[in-house]
Ligand binder design. Structure first.
Ligand code: ZN
Ligand code: ZN
Length: 326
């Protein structure tokens, strides 16, 4: 009775379709959406920690954080035991992890345990890596355990201060790095890195921050923002909008430069992350107000949630966990 079968197939097909739609709807509704101040996609939880991990995290949870990207500077593990001992004494920190690969593994394992235990939080683990490694050669081996990699854009460049040309070069290198290691990547603090450097140079020349013109402060030259938007379209690469921006918000010229540099990117679809880059108890305890500088720059909660959606989608696809390719 072919037509009965056909009908049965159609019904099954329709049911499948309805189920798929239900799953899609459920996924959209179930994806949590966090406010700007509930997210911190850059906090230092490794060797510079002053407290056991749970207590350390609770300093920022007390100010409302619900999603955390817990990381450490990977190069801190490169020292000899003697250098490490001296550094820990100077910093007044415990030697939480050994040096080298053993230390990398122990730190990542600790964050994994924390993430599993803290059902009240959404926790991701990974590393902050110096941008200069993109020129000198990235050691991918320890990065394979990371869920996110953040690239530290330095304020101390020889010669030029951080600018649009540097960011475009780094984005191209990060796209290459993602061909090796398929995890979300963030370009950390490019804008405050430039403003900090500009302020230092001004001071040396006997000028105040207020005397710098918006033109001098601007990160991008004409055409560069369009290039950044084009390069980052549909990529799992994000730019950080951290609390470091706050210190430049009350000066009209730096604020104007930040808005002119960032808003066209956000309006053009570039995705940002919000964070504190907290290292010390004081920075962990300090209340944050990212909406103050994010909203005028066009960075909405929706925009800043893109990385969370990206990460959760990847977690659902764990049946294909091959993140690293030689
Ligand atoms: Zn950094
Ligand atoms: Zn950092």
């Amino acid at each position: 009775m072919p037509h009965v079968l056909e009908k049965a197939n159609l019904t099954a097909g329709a049911l499948l379709c309805l189920c798929a739609m239900a799953v899609l709807n459920a996924t959209a509704q179930d994806t949590p959406r966090y406010s700007l101040r509930e997210m911190d996609m850059h906090i230092h939880c490794g060797l510079e920690r002053r407290l056991p991990l749970n207590q350390w995290i609770d300093l920022s949870v007390a100010d409302g954080r619900k999603v955390l990207f817990c990381l450490d500077h990977i190069e801190l593990y490169d020292r000899t035991p003697k250098e490490y001992g001296e550094w820990a004494r100077e910093e007044g920190v415990q030697q939480w992890y050994p040096m080298g690969r053993e230390g990398h593994r122990a730190f990542i394992a600790d964050i994994g345990t924390l993430a599993a235990a803290r059902k009240d939080l959404l926790i991701f683990k990974g590393w902050e890596v110096a941008e200069f490694d993109l020129d000198d050669g990235v050691n991918y081996e320890p990065l394979k355990d990371a869920q996110i990699i953040g690239w530290h854009i330095s304020s101390t460049h020889e010669g030029d201060e951080p600018n649009g040309a540097l960011l475009i070069r780094r984005i191209k290198q990060v796209i290459e790095a993602q061909n090796k290691l398929d995890v979300p990547m963030i370009l950390f603090h490019p804008f405050p890195a430039r403003l900090g450097r500009m302020e230092k140079l001004a001071k040396k020349a006997g000028r105040t921050r207020e005397s710098l013109t918006v033109d001098e402060l601007r990160f991008f030259k004409p055409g560069q923002q369009e290039e950044v938007i084009r390069l980052l379209k549909d990529k799992s690469i994000y730019i950080e909008m951290g609390s470091g921006t706050e210190g430049y918000w009350d000066t009209p010229n730096t604020r104007e430069a930040l808005i002119a540099d960032i808003k066209p990117l956000a309006d053009g679809g570039v995705k940002f992350t919000v964070s504190t880059d907290a290292h010390t108890p004081d920075t962990f305890k300090k209340p944050i107000h990212p909406e103050v500088y994010c909203e005028p720059c066009g960075i909405t909660a929706e925009n800043a949630n893109a990385i969370i959606r990206d990460l959760l989608t990847r977690q659902k696809k764990l049946s294909a966990p091959l993140l690293y390719r030689d």
